[in-house]
Write a protein that binds this ligand. Structure first.
Ligand code: NAD
Length: 379
């Protein structure tokens, strides 16, 4: 029988890697599910809800993991937290694989590590894509937070006492988070515009009823990689983009920035001068804060006020909607894990050549094995 353990996350992480729904799924697959008492509480999942679906609840993390085949986590555990697992156990989570100082000691324990953020973005793996499931919620929450901070109403209201104008909301970066931000901002009645460097986004923005604002030159036509991501843009493009943004942003009430380029610091799209051109009371929510920020003034985890404009640099926005974020994340994990289980024998049967396994496997037998994590050859 496969034993799956789940333990509580640290104080700063309200999400949990198991829900009562996924417990049921694992039990149906013939697994034993062990959870540390209280692990789901911050996502509003009480111990009794897990027990009702067949999980065993343990008072401590150490008891829950002892002898388990698999440890499911949201964030990377420390080496001590995996010590009780079987020597060749799997550890699956958002492991932040580029953070070597944390990954190396964990890999050295000999456990097999899977980083969910490396899930290939192929059609078959869409239901296992944690970046999408969490970014979607972040895009939603950014708009709701901005609406709550903004000291004016968002929709136009025509009343006997006068007209309240609609708020102007600008979304920069139209990936998964940006698309949900546009949809949410539209639902709240804002006048929404959006920008991106990938041409494919133009139609997506229009289909959500927002206005597309971008420098559409020859470089723009080539800005998407085969994997669907943005390329870093040339200094010439960046200059044209900055002029366009400068003109547009001064009239905006709320700006949500989500622009990212894989493996690089976030592109700087909003300068201090642009912030100074905005009206006092305007709000910028910078979802790229953890990767350096799209705005020059962003500080991760803080709200900065500059000449009456507030710039919010949230960290872990999905964690502020933990009930949904945990539900979707746990489902992503369960869908992934199901592909590794032999349903008849009720044993682990990992296909080591499967793209979703090779894509997410970062360490095995004490070694870091993922190609993206190998030391660069000295030139
Ligand atoms: P991301 O988080 O890497 O980036 C967010 C957005 O920022 C992207 O749209 C990017 O084009 C944009 N951006 C980068 N530099 C910019 C700049 N200088 N100015 C303005 N915008 C800039 O992207 P993401 O949300 O992870 O999604 C990227 C793409 O992958 C999308 O097309 C998405 O639909 C696709 N996707 C595919 C799958 C799948 O097939 N399984 C899953 C998820 C996402």
């Amino acid at each position: 029988m496969i034993t799956i353990a789940v333990t509580a996350e640290s104080a700063g992480e309200p999400r949990v890697a198991l829900t009562p729904e996924t417990t049921k799924k694992y039990v149906q697959l013939g697994c034993e599910v062990r959870i540390e008492s209280g692990a789901g509480l911050r996502s509003r999942f009480a111990d009794a809800l897990y027990e009702a679906q067949g999980a065993k609840v343990f008072q401590t993390a150490a008891e829950a993991v002892t002898g388990a085949d698999i440890l499911l986590k949201v964030r990377k555990p420390g080496p001590d937290a995996v010590a009780g697992l079987k020597p060749d156990a799997l550890v699956i989570g958002i492991l932040d694989p580029y953070e070597r100082a944390g990954i190396e000691p964990l890999a050295a324990t000999g456990r097999t590590l899977f980083a969910m953020e490396f899930m290939p973005r192929i059609t078959r793996a869409q239901s296992m894509d944690v970046l999408s499931s969490q970014a979607n919620l972040a895009g939603y929450k950014a708009v709701v937070d901005a609406a709550s901070l903004f000291e004016q109403a968002l929709p136009m209201m025509m009343t006997a006492a006068g007209t309240v104008p609609a708020a102007k909301i600008f979304i920069m970066g139209v990936g998964v988070a940006g698309l949900q931000a546009i949809a949410t901002a539209r639902r709240l009645g804002g006048v929404v515009s959006a920008t991106d460097v990938r041409p494919a986004t133009k139609e997506q923005v229009a289909s959500l009823g927002a206005k597309f604002v971008a420098v559409e030159d020859e470089e723009f036509k080539q800005a998407q990689t085969a994997a669907g991501y943005a390329k870093p843009m040339s200094p010439e493009y960046q200059k044209k983009q900055a002029e366009l943004v400068a003109n547009h942003i001064k009239n905006q009430d709320i700006v949500i920035t989500t622009a990212l380029i894989p493996g690089r610091p976030a592109p700087r799209l909003i300068t201090t001068a642009m912030v100074e051109s905005m009206k006092p009371g305007a709000v910028i929510i910078d979802l790229a804060a953890e990767r350096g920020g799209n705005c020059e003034l962003t500080r991760a985890g803080e709200t900065v006020e500059h000449k009456g404009v507030r710039i919010v640099g949230p960290i872990n926005l999905p964690g502020t909607v933990p009930v949904n974020a945990s539900s979707l994340y746990a489902k992503n994990l369960a869908t992934f894990l199901e592909t590794m289980i032999d349903k008849k024998e009720k044993t682990l049967a990992i296909n080591w050549s499967d793209e979703i396994v090779t894509g997410t496997l970062i360490a095995k037998d004490g070694k870091i094995v993922h190609p993206a994590l190998q030391p660069k050859e000295a030139a």
